[in-house]
Design a protein around this ligand. Structure first.
Ligand code: CA
Length: 194
């Protein structure tokens, strides 16, 4: 018996087999593409992490009134709210984060934040995991306004949970109080190029 003799009677079966293999190949391709998409979505590289300040949990009791404040005063915040500290004196502080502020991939991040300025806003210092980052920020402005993302510099974050602390350090002479308002925090993974 030659190979050709064998092929002829099983042609239908061979066709079915080829169709089955093709179907399996297509299915595998779809799965591979889907997996590729999932990886792209979760890849930390180049992905900016954003945390709404008003969604961060208090991990150390604030020394003044701390609450989420909805849009007001002509301002529309990210997620329609900001985290407002109604401080009345230097030294007021709060710490937020913990499980509500975690990163999945350790590394160096460029930290920037959208903050609120106003006539009754003071000057404050931010710290991440207890370490001061950037200089004191004077949040005084004659009218209430939302800033562009302000650059606070680089911070190394290990995989896991972290904290953000705000401490009132003073106020502009023109400011009528020591309030502080945070809208949203951004952490951009530092590029590996260069
Ligand atoms: Ca917000």
């Amino acid at each position: 018996m030659t190979p050709r003799d064998v092929q002829t009677p099983v042609r239908d079966g061979a066709c079915t087999g080829v169709a089955l293999l093709l179907a399996l190949f297509v299915a595998a391709l779809v799965v591979a593409l889907a997996a590729g998409e999932a990886q792209a979505q979760t890849a930390p590289s180049g992905e900016v992490l954003a945390y709404e300040a008003e969604s961060l949990q208090e991990t150390k009791a604030a020394t003044a009134s701390l609450r989420a404040q909805g849009n007001c005063c002509g301002i529309s915040w990210s997620n329609n709210a900001q985290l407002l500290l109604r401080s009345t004196e230097v030294g007021d502080t709060f710490t937020v984060g913990g499980r509500s502020f975690t990163v999945q991939s350790g590394g160096v991040y460029n930290f920037s934040a959208v903050l609120t300025r106003g006539p009754d806003y003071g000057t404050y210092q931010l710290a991440i995991d207890g370490r001061e980052i950037g200089g004191p920020f004077d949040a005084y402005n004659p009218t209430v306004q939302k800033t562009e993302p302000l650059d606070f510099g680089k911070v190394r974050l290990q995989k896991g949970s972290h904290t953000l602390t705000l401490t009132i350090t003073g106020k502009n002479p023109a400011a009528t109080n020591y309030y502080a308002g945070l809208d949203v925090l951004y952490f951009e993974p530092e590029g590996r190029a260069s």
